[in-house]
Write a protein that binds this ligand. Structure first.
Ligand code: NAP
Ligand code: MN
Length: 275
């Protein structure tokens, strides 16, 4: 198995990376950061986002394994103290995988250039120095004229990230949908938006046509881009997906409970429960 390593800069991460490096030198795995079969990320959910964009062009041949050096994350299945167990699973790999939907983000610039991005969590368009004016089209038909801070379009696995903070629904990743949430829309007698988060089916195409001239920023996950020369952004659930090596399964709603509720650790009577 060819293994690529991708980590952040913390001491805990360095320890885990050194363990895998040693195993590669001992011949258990082949270290290949250029064309790996499996990419092991060490850090947080944000680290996995970084690795996704690093290996964006090899998604059909790569599976990710994400180790968290802090609390359990959403993409990060493994904790740093479980590395031995993970190594055993990797040695007995049978190609197990689980995959999640991605977002296709097609950006047309005023120059006529077209650039295609992929988002794992979400794409956002904002104006940082005033009100964003933006037409929103659904399947080519004008739906609303947005005025406010910005718009966010998230994948199912992105629904627990920024989208949730914007009031979006948490979406099970087997639902192949994208969700749009608003950032501080202006709603009064003159200006009107739907104001609710919207969930779009797989074949729906969303088009954002910004009318503002300056101060606009587009973000794809943790990456930000100047958006002032953008004519329109087309968003749709992608035909491509991201795959993870699924050696064990943590049900999605268990992760949500663990991350946001935590009631199973201490139940409502205050008694500790065994997990
Ligand atoms: P960051 O500032 O470290 O991320 C903010 C937090 O979001 C971190 O705790 C991160 O977890 C967590 N996170 C990332 N993806 C998530 C997901 N799919 N579900 C639940 N939590 C998630 O920046 P970053 O690490 O580069 O990550 C960028 C992402 O953070 C963005 O794509 C956006 O979804 C999210 N974000 C959220 C807010 C907000 O809720 N107000 C603001 C900015 C960014 P780790 O600590 O494990 O990295
Ligand atoms: Mn982070």
């Amino acid at each position: 198995m060819k293994v690529g390593l991708y980590g952040n800069q913390t001491e805990k991460t360095k320890e885990v990376m050194n363990t895998f490096d040693r195993l590669c030198q001992e011949g258990c795995f082949v270290r290949d950061d250029e064309h790996p079969d499996v990419v092991i990320t060490v850090g947080g959910d944000g680290t996995l986002l970084g690795a996704f964009h690093r290996y964006r062009d090899q998604l059909d041949s790569i599976r990710f394994v994400a180790i968290h050096t802090g609390h359990l994350g959403f993409y990060t299945d493994w904790r740093n103290f479980e590395v031995d167990q993970l190594i055993e699973s990797l040695k007995q790999d049978k190609g197990e995988r689980v995959s999640y939907p991605l977002l296709d983000v097609n950006v047309k610039f005023k120059s006529g250039d077209v650039v295609r991005y992929a988002a794992l969590n979400e794409a956002t368009l904002r104006k940082v120095n005033g009100t964003l004016l933006c037409e929103v089209y659904i399947n080519g038909e004008l739906f609303e004229n947005f005025r406010g801070d910005g718009l966010c379009v998230a994948t199912p696995t992105g629904s627990t990230g920024l989208s949730k903070s914007l009031g979006g629904a948490v979406v099970h990743p087997r639902a192949e949908v994208m969700q749009m949430t608003e950032m501080a829309s202006i709603n009064n007698r003159v200006y009107r938006t739907l104001s609710s988060p919207m969930i779009f089916a797989k074949d729906n195409v969303l088009t954002l046509r910004p009318e503002s001239k300056e101060g606009m920023v587009m973000a794809i996950d943790h990456l930000t881009y100047d958006a002032n020369e953008i004519e329109e952004i087309q968003l749709q659930i992608s035909g491509e997906r991201i795959s993870f090596a699924a050696y064990r399964h943590t049900p999605f709603w268990d992760r949500v409970e663990d991350a946001f509720i935590g009631s199973r650790e201490v139940n409502c009577r205050g008694n500790e429960e065994v997990r």
